[in-house]
Design a protein around this ligand. Structure first.
Ligand SMILES: NC(=O)c1ccc[n+]([C@@H]2O[C@H](COP(=O)([O-])OP(=O)(O)OC[C@H]3O[C@@H](n4cnc5c(N)ncnc54)[C@H](OP(=O)(O)O)[C@@H]3O)[C@@H](O)[C@H]2O)c1
Length: 277
């Protein structure tokens, strides 16, 4: 799979599997494990999670899905803002590691900005990195002002990436955050790439998918993968969707199709604050 090089020199795959809503309901547990395993077998090698998802339940589902395959994946987890102080972030990471049944994370993110000073969270991330518990660290839901502040702090210059809401229907970041991150060589990890399913009601997308013999979700994911410096992490607990999402890697959109998508899903006229789900 195509990868992007992070400031830490780690190669991160451009397409991964999200896990929000996993680990919340024991009745869905086996299908979630099966979907993740199926994804691994197909070639997915990036998994995104957070201590928030199922209050640790998603991390446990991932551990079971991975079993002895930990080394095959680039594993990302996130700390709650209220756990982001120096001592609490280290403890939160250790709890995540335990649930994930691993001794390191490839990437650890601050889930969103809270009241803990950023300098303190970055200090905790550096402590975890020096201890070998995380390979690199980054942020999520940070707009340009937060990023500008963060990169100037000690340890801020090695922020690996920023995970934000970005999909065809949420293009506001193209006016400011995306160019800023590109200039700083900080990749964007696009969450909710199919807008949690809501994009799949769009008529233009439906027509394009039909004409190409693919699904709407595949077009939405392929469009993100056409954007420079962008990683996409669709979530699915269904084998057929995992298969479709993986196949989006090989879907090249034509100039005409990209133009239709630009005309259908407009970039806002003026910069707007970063949206969050
Ligand atoms: N940092 C943050 O604040 C933040 C916020 C939101 C999300 N995230 C991360 O980003 C990941 C992805 O975002 P998301 O889960 O919010 O939304 P998403 O990936 O845009 O959409 C997930 C929804 O789409 C369905 N789906 C997936 N593939 C499909 C396909 N090929 N065809 C039709 N439906 C499909 C899934 O249902 P099935 O399971 O039935 O397939 C699920 O209901 C999350 O899981 C999480 O890891 C991060």
């Amino acid at each position: 799979m195509r990868t992007i090089e992070l400031s830490s020199r780690q190669a991160i795959p451009v397409l991964g599997m999200g896990t929000w809503r996993m680990g919340e309901n024991s009745q869905h547990r086996q299908s979630e494990i099966d979907a993740l395993r199926y994804g691994l077998d197909l070639g997915f090698s990036l998994i995104d999670t957070a201590e928030m998802y199922g209050e640790g339940g998603a991390e446990e589902v991932i551990a079971e899905a991975l079993d002895k395959r930990r080394s095959e994946v680039f594993l990302v987890s996130k700390v709650y803002p209220h756990n982001a102080s120096q001592a609490d972030a280290v403890a939160a990471c250790e709890r995540s590691l335990k649930r994930l049944n691993t001794d390191y994370l490839d990437l650890y993110l601050l889930h969103w900005r809270g009241s803990v000073p950023l300098a303190e969270t970055l200090g905790a991330f550096q402590t975890l990195q020096q201890a070998g518990k995380i390979c690199s660290y980054g942020v999520s839901n940070f707009d340009v002002e937060d990023m500008t502040e963060a990169v100037q702090l000690k340890g801020g210059d090695t922020i690996a990436l920023n995970q934000v809401l970005y999909n065809l229907s949420r293009r506001g970041i193209e006016l400011n955050l995306l160019p800023w991150c590109r200039q700083q060589h900080i990749p964007i990890m696009a969450y909710s790439p199919i807008e949690q399913g809501r994009l799949l009601n769009n008529q233009a997308l439906k027509q394009m998918a039909k004409a190409r013999g693919v699904t709407m979700a595949q077009i939405a994911i392929a469009w993100l993968l056409h954007q420079d410096g962008v990683i996409a992490i669709p979530k699915s607990s269904r084998i057929e969707h995992v298969e479709q999402n993986y196949a989006a890697l090989n879907l090249t959109l034509s100039t005409e199709e990209l133009a239709i998508l630009d005309d259908t899903f407009l970039v806002p006229a003026r910069p707007t604050p970063l949206e969050m789900l």
